[in-house]
Design a protein around this ligand. Structure first.
Ligand code: NI
Length: 255
């Protein structure tokens, strides 16, 4: 069974058929899913899905695109929501200097505050870092993310950077971009990172792997990521399946 460690089933692109898709995970060899969160307004919908599907878990947090109007009160709202037993991480949080939808200083402030919140709640973090490697690493180092660990979602950094992330006890997640013909660096990093520190994800409905690029993504396609990882590591797909499943359960403390 595969563990999709990052999905967005509350996204409007699933509003027509989320139930149809989620009801057929087992026969598609997907055993567990962690639904990621981008803004507080999504949390009730995410919780509804988690209640309905025992194999679904949640992270809660505010994506760098959405931080501009956050207040301290919103941190209290997250604290309250974190009491739901399905909540297994704080995220996705981080920095996005590719789109720059929120001012960079604001992004940094709320990234740091949410890392501190994760430490207070003893929850791992789910990191979104797009074109902001140095500042992301500086904040995580300064705010001692190693106390709680977590995962770099859709990892796009270097091998050097991965070394420090692994030193902090964190995991590295690979998704559809691993299958793209032109993406060389994720393949180099995937070859380097030990198998017991890798998890896989779809980030659906985004980042659809080859050969379905351009279509809406779903967890049904996560096996393409597992197959590519097996090819890079020179091992069987079953070993990738078993390891990444166990790793995700360990990361999100799922019994
Ligand atoms: Ni995401």
């Amino acid at each position: 069974m595969l563990f999709d460690s990052h999905a967005h089933y509350n996204d409007k692109r699933f509003s027509e058929d989320a139930d149809e898709i989620l009801s057929s995970m087992r026969e598609n060899n997907v055993g567990m899913i962690l639904n990621s969160c981008s803004e507080i307004a999504e949390i009730p919908d995410i919780f509804r899905l988690c209640e309905k599907y025992p194999f679904m878990y949640a992270s809660i947090g505010v994506h760098p695109h959405e931080v501009e109007n956050l207040t301290e009160k919103d941190m209290d709202v997250l604290r309250e929501y974190s009491k739901n037993p399905k909540v297994r991480a704080i995220g996705e949080i981080g920095l996005d200097y590719f789109y720059d939808f929120s001012p960079r200083d604001t992004q940094k402030k709320w990234f740091a505050e949410q890392v501190e919140l994760a430490k207070e709640l003893r929850l791992p973090v789910v990191i979104h870092d797009r074109d902001a490697h140095k500042d992301s690493m500086d904040i995580l180092r300064e705010h001692e993310v190693r106390e709680v660990g977590g995962v770099f979602h859709c990892y796009a950094g270097s091998v050097e950077m991965a070394k420090e992330i692994l030193d902090w006890g964190m995991y590295i997640a690979f998704g559809g971009s691993l299958t793209f013909k032109k993406s060389v660096r994720p393949k180099e990093v995937a070859a380097y990172v030990p198998l017991d520190r890798i998890v896989i994800e779809t980030d659906c409905p985004y980042l659809t792997p080859e050969p379905h690029r351009g279509k809406r993504n779903s967890s049904f396609y996560i096996h393409y990521v597992a197959e590519k990882l097996a090819e890079i590591k020179g091992i069987g797909v079953e070993e990738v399946e078993n390891s990444t499943f166990k790793n995700a359960k360990r990361l999100f403390k799922i019994e």
